[in-house]
Ligand binder design. Sequence first.
Ligand SMILES: [Zn+2]
Length: 145
Amino acid sequence: MGKDYSTMTVRQLEELRSVMLDRIAAVPAFRRGSLQVGYRKCGRANCRCARPGEQGHGPRGLWTRTVKGPGGSRGQYIPVEQVDQVRGELDNYAQFAALVEDYIEINEVLCTSGVGPPARRPRRGDPASGGEKGGSIAGRTNRKR
Ligand SMILES: [Zn+2]
């Protein structure tokens, strides 16, 4: 995003494509979702966390992510000593997703720059250049007034 690949030559684009793929492959292990860190009350009436002024158990992390199917979301507790690691993994995913976006864009520019699979020759009888013959008034709904 933000880069203008359309001004690049086909060779530059192809080089960039292979560089991007290396960068994507080099992203360390990642995970999607989000992480909240906090204290929580367990809900047992006789626990110390139920007393007034207690902040609850923790801190610990809760990693949540959306999943397909029923429920739509899943959560997993993360011990506090793993919170930094999980944050890093979430950052890695953001990096991965951004690289993939760029990679897709580069590919699309390549596809539309006239290389790649051989383009079909435009046919003479193309309907776009067919001129206006009579009839079919019903089809012309976009008339301006
Ligand atoms: Zn408790």
